[in-house]
Design a protein around this ligand. Structure first.
Ligand SMILES: *[C@@H]1O[C@H](CO)[C@@H](O)[C@H](O)[C@H]1NC(C)=O
Ligand SMILES: *[C@@H]1O[C@H](CO)[C@@H](O)[C@H](O)[C@H]1NC(C)=O
Length: 352
Protein backbone atom coordinates (compact mmCIF):
# COMPACT_ATOMS: atom_id res chain seq x y z
CA UNK A 1 0.00 0.00 0.00
CA UNK A 2 2.71 2.41 1.00
CA UNK A 3 4.84 1.78 -2.09
CA UNK A 4 1.76 2.05 -4.32
CA UNK A 5 1.10 5.51 -2.95
CA UNK A 6 4.70 6.48 -3.42
CA UNK A 7 4.79 5.40 -7.07
CA UNK A 8 1.49 7.18 -7.73
CA UNK A 9 2.98 10.35 -6.22
CA UNK A 10 6.02 10.07 -8.47
CA UNK A 11 3.91 9.60 -11.57
CA UNK A 12 1.86 12.61 -10.57
CA UNK A 13 4.93 14.74 -10.05
CA UNK A 14 6.46 13.72 -13.39
CA UNK A 15 3.25 14.39 -15.20
CA UNK A 16 2.99 17.83 -13.65
CA UNK A 17 6.47 18.69 -14.86
CA UNK A 18 5.79 17.38 -18.36
CA UNK A 19 2.69 19.56 -18.78
CA UNK A 20 3.16 22.91 -20.47
CA UNK A 21 3.04 25.77 -17.92
CA UNK A 22 -0.17 27.21 -19.37
CA UNK A 23 -3.27 25.14 -18.94
CA UNK A 24 -5.68 25.66 -21.78
CA UNK A 25 -9.33 25.74 -20.85
CA UNK A 26 -11.13 22.58 -21.78
CA UNK A 27 -8.04 20.41 -21.75
CA UNK A 28 -9.21 18.56 -18.69
CA UNK A 29 -12.79 18.19 -19.71
CA UNK A 30 -13.63 14.99 -21.49
CA UNK A 31 -10.97 12.73 -22.99
CA UNK A 32 -8.15 11.92 -20.61
CA UNK A 33 -4.88 11.01 -22.21
CA UNK A 34 -4.25 7.29 -22.11
CA UNK A 35 -1.94 6.32 -19.30
CA UNK A 36 -2.44 9.57 -17.36
CA UNK A 37 -3.15 9.09 -13.67
CA UNK A 38 -6.75 9.40 -12.62
CA UNK A 39 -5.97 11.96 -9.90
CA UNK A 40 -6.67 15.56 -11.02
CA UNK A 41 -3.29 17.20 -11.35
CA UNK A 42 -1.60 19.89 -13.38
CA UNK A 43 0.47 22.99 -12.76
CA UNK A 44 -0.06 24.15 -9.22
CA UNK A 45 -2.70 26.79 -8.71
CA UNK A 46 -4.43 27.65 -5.42
CA UNK A 47 -7.86 26.08 -5.02
CA UNK A 48 -10.58 28.19 -6.70
CA UNK A 49 -8.07 30.68 -8.11
CA UNK A 50 -7.33 30.98 -11.79
CA UNK A 51 -3.77 30.77 -13.00
CA UNK A 52 -2.90 31.81 -16.50
CA UNK A 53 0.28 33.21 -18.02
CA UNK A 54 1.89 33.74 -14.60
CA UNK A 55 -1.10 35.75 -13.44
CA UNK A 56 -2.81 34.35 -10.38
CA UNK A 57 -6.34 35.62 -9.98
CA UNK A 58 -7.89 35.03 -6.54
CA UNK A 59 -10.23 38.00 -6.16
CA UNK A 60 -13.74 37.87 -4.67
CA UNK A 61 -13.40 34.45 -3.06
CA UNK A 62 -14.02 35.31 0.60
CA UNK A 63 -10.45 34.27 1.43
CA UNK A 64 -9.33 34.86 5.03
CA UNK A 65 -5.67 34.11 4.34
CA UNK A 66 -3.22 34.39 1.50
CA UNK A 67 -3.55 30.97 -0.20
CA UNK A 68 -0.72 28.47 -0.30
CA UNK A 69 0.48 26.83 -3.51
CA UNK A 70 0.95 30.07 -5.42
CA UNK A 71 3.28 29.18 -8.32
CA UNK A 72 6.81 30.47 -7.74
CA UNK A 73 6.98 32.16 -11.15
CA UNK A 74 3.86 34.31 -10.60
CA UNK A 75 4.27 37.91 -11.80
CA UNK A 76 0.85 39.28 -10.82
CA UNK A 77 -1.11 38.18 -7.78
CA UNK A 78 -4.62 39.55 -7.43
CA UNK A 79 -6.20 39.06 -4.01
CA UNK A 80 -8.61 41.99 -3.99
CA UNK A 81 -12.09 41.90 -2.47
CA UNK A 82 -11.41 39.17 0.06
CA UNK A 83 -11.44 39.02 3.85
CA UNK A 84 -7.73 38.71 4.54
CA UNK A 85 -6.92 40.20 7.96
CA UNK A 86 -3.20 39.65 8.19
CA UNK A 87 -0.15 39.18 5.98
CA UNK A 88 2.16 36.66 7.62
CA UNK A 89 5.92 36.36 7.42
CA UNK A 90 5.99 33.58 4.84
CA UNK A 91 2.91 34.40 2.75
CA UNK A 92 4.94 35.53 -0.26
CA UNK A 93 8.05 33.51 0.50
CA UNK A 94 8.86 32.12 -2.94
CA UNK A 95 7.45 34.84 -5.16
CA UNK A 96 10.75 36.30 -6.24
CA UNK A 97 9.45 37.28 -9.68
CA UNK A 98 6.31 39.08 -8.52
CA UNK A 99 5.79 42.45 -10.23
CA UNK A 100 2.34 43.38 -8.97
CA UNK A 101 0.54 42.57 -5.74
CA UNK A 102 -3.10 43.60 -5.41
CA UNK A 103 -4.60 43.46 -1.92
CA UNK A 104 -7.24 46.17 -2.31
CA UNK A 105 -10.43 45.90 -0.23
CA UNK A 106 -9.55 43.35 2.41
CA UNK A 107 -9.46 43.67 6.18
CA UNK A 108 -5.71 43.77 6.63
CA UNK A 109 -4.58 45.25 9.95
CA UNK A 110 -1.01 43.97 10.01
CA UNK A 111 1.70 43.11 7.54
CA UNK A 112 4.60 41.18 9.07
CA UNK A 113 7.79 43.26 8.97
CA UNK A 114 9.52 40.59 6.85
CA UNK A 115 6.57 39.59 4.67
CA UNK A 116 7.56 41.80 1.73
CA UNK A 117 11.29 41.02 1.87
CA UNK A 118 11.23 38.23 -0.75
CA UNK A 119 9.55 40.47 -3.34
CA UNK A 120 12.70 42.01 -4.74
CA UNK A 121 11.13 42.68 -8.16
CA UNK A 122 7.84 44.16 -6.97
CA UNK A 123 6.83 47.29 -8.88
CA UNK A 124 3.20 47.79 -7.90
CA UNK A 125 1.76 47.41 -4.44
CA UNK A 126 -1.95 48.13 -4.09
CA UNK A 127 -3.13 48.17 -0.47
CA UNK A 128 -6.06 50.58 -0.63
CA UNK A 129 -9.25 49.95 1.37
CA UNK A 130 -7.79 48.06 4.29
CA UNK A 131 -7.39 48.73 8.01
CA UNK A 132 -3.67 49.48 8.12
CA UNK A 133 -2.53 51.88 10.86
CA UNK A 134 0.99 52.20 9.46
CA UNK A 135 2.77 52.20 6.16
CA UNK A 136 4.24 48.66 5.82
CA UNK A 137 7.81 48.25 6.96
CA UNK A 138 10.54 47.16 4.57
CA UNK A 139 8.76 47.74 1.32
CA UNK A 140 10.76 46.56 -1.71
CA UNK A 141 13.15 49.18 -3.05
CA UNK A 142 12.05 48.22 -6.56
CA UNK A 143 8.58 49.68 -6.00
CA UNK A 144 7.30 52.13 -8.62
CA UNK A 145 3.72 52.54 -7.51
CA UNK A 146 2.25 52.50 -4.02
CA UNK A 147 -1.48 52.86 -3.49
CA UNK A 148 -2.52 52.85 0.12
CA UNK A 149 -5.55 55.16 0.25
CA UNK A 150 -8.53 54.51 2.52
CA UNK A 151 -6.67 52.97 5.42
CA UNK A 152 -6.26 54.14 9.01
CA UNK A 153 -2.80 55.59 8.79
CA UNK A 154 -2.35 58.52 11.18
CA UNK A 155 1.29 59.33 10.55
CA UNK A 156 3.90 59.04 7.78
CA UNK A 157 7.32 58.74 9.34
CA UNK A 158 10.53 60.01 7.88
CA UNK A 159 11.73 56.41 7.58
CA UNK A 160 8.57 55.14 5.85
CA UNK A 161 9.86 55.53 2.30
CA UNK A 162 13.57 55.28 2.93
CA UNK A 163 15.61 54.28 -0.11
CA UNK A 164 12.57 53.98 -2.38
CA UNK A 165 14.17 55.79 -5.26
CA UNK A 166 12.09 54.14 -8.00
CA UNK A 167 8.66 55.24 -6.87
CA UNK A 168 6.76 57.18 -9.55
CA UNK A 169 3.20 57.13 -8.18
CA UNK A 170 2.19 57.54 -4.56
CA UNK A 171 -1.46 57.51 -3.50
CA UNK A 172 -2.02 58.16 0.22
CA UNK A 173 -5.47 59.77 0.27
CA UNK A 174 -8.36 59.21 2.69
CA UNK A 175 -6.24 58.35 5.69
CA UNK A 176 -6.77 60.05 9.05
CA UNK A 177 -3.42 61.85 8.95
CA UNK A 178 -3.27 64.33 11.79
CA UNK A 179 -1.88 67.87 11.81
CA UNK A 180 1.12 68.06 9.53
CA UNK A 181 0.60 64.31 9.10
CA UNK A 182 3.95 63.73 7.52
CA UNK A 183 7.34 64.06 9.12
CA UNK A 184 9.52 66.58 7.31
CA UNK A 185 11.57 64.88 4.61
CA UNK A 186 9.35 61.78 4.43
CA UNK A 187 9.47 62.04 0.63
CA UNK A 188 13.14 62.95 0.48
CA UNK A 189 14.29 59.64 -1.03
CA UNK A 190 11.67 59.53 -3.78
CA UNK A 191 13.97 60.97 -6.39
CA UNK A 192 11.81 59.95 -9.36
CA UNK A 193 8.32 60.48 -8.00
CA UNK A 194 6.03 62.25 -10.44
CA UNK A 195 2.57 61.91 -8.86
CA UNK A 196 1.63 62.30 -5.21
CA UNK A 197 -1.95 62.38 -3.98
CA UNK A 198 -2.81 63.04 -0.34
CA UNK A 199 -6.46 64.04 -0.62
CA UNK A 200 -9.18 63.90 2.04
CA UNK A 201 -6.85 63.42 4.98
CA UNK A 202 -7.22 66.66 6.98
CA UNK A 203 -3.52 67.58 6.89
CA UNK A 204 -3.09 71.24 7.80
CA UNK A 205 -0.11 72.16 5.65
CA UNK A 206 1.57 71.34 2.36
CA UNK A 207 4.14 68.59 3.10
CA UNK A 208 7.67 69.86 3.40
CA UNK A 209 10.60 68.68 1.33
CA UNK A 210 8.77 67.45 -1.76
CA UNK A 211 11.09 66.11 -4.48
CA UNK A 212 11.79 68.30 -7.50
CA UNK A 213 10.77 65.50 -9.87
CA UNK A 214 7.13 65.98 -8.93
CA UNK A 215 4.78 66.87 -11.79
CA UNK A 216 1.39 66.37 -10.08
CA UNK A 217 0.51 67.16 -6.49
CA UNK A 218 -3.06 66.54 -5.37
CA UNK A 219 -3.93 67.82 -1.90
CA UNK A 220 -7.65 68.40 -2.27
CA UNK A 221 -10.08 67.99 0.60
CA UNK A 222 -7.69 68.76 3.45
CA UNK A 223 -7.49 71.48 6.09
CA UNK A 224 -4.62 73.49 4.63
CA UNK A 225 -4.98 77.16 5.63
CA UNK A 226 -2.28 78.90 3.61
CA UNK A 227 0.17 78.43 0.78
CA UNK A 228 3.65 79.72 1.49
CA UNK A 229 6.15 80.33 -1.28
CA UNK A 230 8.62 78.12 0.55
CA UNK A 231 6.34 75.09 0.50
CA UNK A 232 6.65 74.81 -3.29
CA UNK A 233 10.26 75.82 -3.56
CA UNK A 234 12.27 73.82 -6.07
CA UNK A 235 9.27 72.14 -7.70
CA UNK A 236 10.41 73.14 -11.14
CA UNK A 237 8.57 70.27 -12.83
CA UNK A 238 5.22 70.75 -11.15
CA UNK A 239 2.48 70.97 -13.79
CA UNK A 240 -0.69 70.30 -11.80
CA UNK A 241 -1.48 71.48 -8.30
CA UNK A 242 -4.74 70.46 -6.67
CA UNK A 243 -5.73 72.38 -3.55
CA UNK A 244 -9.52 72.45 -3.90
CA UNK A 245 -11.70 72.07 -0.79
CA UNK A 246 -9.23 73.35 1.80
CA UNK A 247 -9.38 76.40 4.09
CA UNK A 248 -6.77 78.44 2.27
CA UNK A 249 -7.13 82.18 2.84
CA UNK A 250 -3.83 83.32 1.37
CA UNK A 251 -1.24 82.45 -1.25
CA UNK A 252 2.05 84.09 -0.43
CA UNK A 253 3.56 86.43 -2.97
CA UNK A 254 6.22 84.58 -4.94
CA UNK A 255 4.54 81.15 -4.74
CA UNK A 256 3.78 80.90 -8.45
CA UNK A 257 7.31 82.00 -9.28
CA UNK A 258 8.55 78.86 -7.55
CA UNK A 259 6.57 76.60 -9.88
CA UNK A 260 7.48 77.99 -13.31
CA UNK A 261 6.00 75.07 -15.27
CA UNK A 262 2.62 74.98 -13.58
CA UNK A 263 -0.24 74.50 -16.04
CA UNK A 264 -3.17 73.86 -13.72
CA UNK A 265 -3.98 75.46 -10.39
CA UNK A 266 -7.10 74.16 -8.68
CA UNK A 267 -8.00 76.35 -5.71
CA UNK A 268 -11.78 76.35 -5.82
CA UNK A 269 -13.77 75.95 -2.59
CA UNK A 270 -11.35 77.75 -0.30
CA UNK A 271 -11.36 81.02 1.62
CA UNK A 272 -9.29 83.20 -0.73
CA UNK A 273 -10.08 86.91 -0.65
CA UNK A 274 -8.04 87.81 -3.74
CA UNK A 275 -6.68 86.23 -6.92
CA UNK A 276 -3.23 84.71 -6.18
CA UNK A 277 -0.43 86.98 -7.36
CA UNK A 278 1.98 86.10 -10.12
CA UNK A 279 -0.44 84.93 -12.81
CA UNK A 280 0.32 87.69 -15.36
CA UNK A 281 4.04 86.86 -15.36
CA UNK A 282 3.54 83.12 -15.40
CA UNK A 283 4.45 81.58 -18.73
CA UNK A 284 2.62 78.26 -18.75
CA UNK A 285 -0.46 78.56 -16.58
CA UNK A 286 -3.61 77.53 -18.48
CA UNK A 287 -6.20 76.54 -15.88
CA UNK A 288 -7.00 78.58 -12.76
CA UNK A 289 -10.01 77.44 -10.78
CA UNK A 290 -10.99 79.95 -8.13
CA UNK A 291 -14.74 79.46 -7.84
CA UNK A 292 -16.43 79.23 -4.46
CA UNK A 293 -14.00 81.46 -2.57
CA UNK A 294 -14.38 84.84 -0.85
CA UNK A 295 -12.89 86.97 -3.59
CA UNK A 296 -14.57 90.38 -3.34
CA UNK A 297 -12.68 92.19 -6.09
CA UNK A 298 -10.86 91.26 -9.30
CA UNK A 299 -8.32 93.74 -10.69
CA UNK A 300 -7.51 94.32 -14.34
CA UNK A 301 -3.94 93.14 -13.77
CA UNK A 302 -4.80 89.95 -11.91
CA UNK A 303 -4.59 87.53 -14.85
CA UNK A 304 -2.95 89.24 -17.81
CA UNK A 305 0.23 91.26 -18.20
CA UNK A 306 -0.06 94.92 -19.09
CA UNK A 307 -0.62 95.50 -22.80
CA UNK A 308 -1.93 93.03 -25.31
CA UNK A 309 -0.78 89.73 -26.76
CA UNK A 310 2.16 89.45 -24.47
CA UNK A 311 1.29 86.22 -22.77
CA UNK A 312 2.82 83.06 -24.17
CA UNK A 313 0.44 80.44 -22.89
CA UNK A 314 -3.26 80.51 -23.49
CA UNK A 315 -5.69 80.21 -20.66
CA UNK A 316 -8.08 77.36 -21.29
CA UNK A 317 -10.05 77.61 -18.06
CA UNK A 318 -10.62 80.36 -15.51
CA UNK A 319 -13.45 80.03 -13.01
CA UNK A 320 -14.57 82.77 -10.67
CA UNK A 321 -18.24 82.04 -10.04
CA UNK A 322 -19.62 81.76 -6.52
CA UNK A 323 -17.43 84.56 -5.23
CA UNK A 324 -18.76 87.73 -3.60
CA UNK A 325 -17.45 89.87 -6.48
CA UNK A 326 -20.42 90.92 -8.67
CA UNK A 327 -19.61 89.74 -12.19
CA UNK A 328 -20.62 93.09 -13.73
CA UNK A 329 -17.86 94.73 -11.72
CA UNK A 330 -15.18 92.60 -13.34
CA UNK A 331 -13.98 94.63 -16.30
CA UNK A 332 -13.78 92.78 -19.64
CA UNK A 333 -10.24 94.08 -20.13
CA UNK A 334 -9.21 91.84 -17.20
CA UNK A 335 -9.19 88.92 -19.62
CA UNK A 336 -7.54 90.66 -22.57
CA UNK A 337 -4.97 87.87 -22.90
CA UNK A 338 -7.59 85.12 -22.97
CA UNK A 339 -8.30 84.32 -26.59
CA UNK A 340 -11.16 81.92 -26.06
CA UNK A 341 -13.91 83.70 -24.14
CA UNK A 342 -15.66 80.42 -23.33
CA UNK A 343 -12.66 79.59 -21.15
CA UNK A 344 -13.94 82.08 -18.56
CA UNK A 345 -16.63 81.11 -16.11
CA UNK A 346 -17.67 84.18 -14.23
CA UNK A 347 -21.26 83.61 -13.19
CA UNK A 348 -23.10 84.96 -10.24
CA UNK A 349 -22.53 84.82 -6.55
CA UNK A 350 -25.06 82.61 -4.92
CA UNK A 351 -25.33 82.10 -1.21
CA UNK A 352 -25.70 78.45 -0.37
C1 LIG B 1 -11.54 64.96 8.60
O1 LIG B 1 -12.24 65.72 9.56
C2 LIG B 1 -13.64 65.57 9.54
C3 LIG B 1 -14.23 66.46 10.59
O2 LIG B 1 -13.76 67.76 10.47
C4 LIG B 1 -14.01 64.13 9.77
O3 LIG B 1 -15.40 63.97 9.64
C5 LIG B 1 -13.31 63.25 8.76
O4 LIG B 1 -13.57 61.90 9.04
C6 LIG B 1 -11.83 63.48 8.79
N1 LIG B 1 -11.20 62.71 7.72
C7 LIG B 1 -10.28 61.78 7.97
C8 LIG B 1 -9.81 61.02 6.79
O5 LIG B 1 -9.85 61.57 9.09
C1 LIG C 1 5.00 90.67 -4.90
O1 LIG C 1 6.32 90.55 -5.33
C2 LIG C 1 6.64 91.32 -6.45
C3 LIG C 1 8.08 91.03 -6.84
O2 LIG C 1 8.50 89.77 -6.43
C4 LIG C 1 6.46 92.79 -6.13
O3 LIG C 1 6.69 93.53 -7.28
C5 LIG C 1 5.05 93.03 -5.64
O4 LIG C 1 4.90 94.37 -5.22
C6 LIG C 1 4.71 92.12 -4.49
N1 LIG C 1 3.33 92.28 -4.13
C7 LIG C 1 2.94 92.29 -2.89
C8 LIG C 1 1.46 92.43 -2.70
O5 LIG C 1 3.68 92.18 -1.96
Amino acid sequence: MRSACLSLLLVTACWAIALPPVRLPGLHDGGREPGAPSMPTGPKCPFRCQCHLRVVQCSDLGLKNVPEDIPDDTTLLDLQNNKITEIKENDFKNLKGLHALILVNNKITTIHAKALNPLTKLQRLYLSKNLLKDVPANMPKSLQELRIHENEITKIKKSSFQGMSHVIVMELGSNPLKGAGLEAGAFGDLKKVSYIRIADTNITEIPKGLPSSLSELHLDGNKITKVTADSLKGLKNLAKLGLSYNDISSVENGTLGNVPHLRELHMDNNALTSVPSGLPEHKYIQVVYLHANKIAAVGTEDFCPPGFNTKKAMYSGISLFSNPVPYWEVQPITFRCVFDRSAIQLGNYRKK
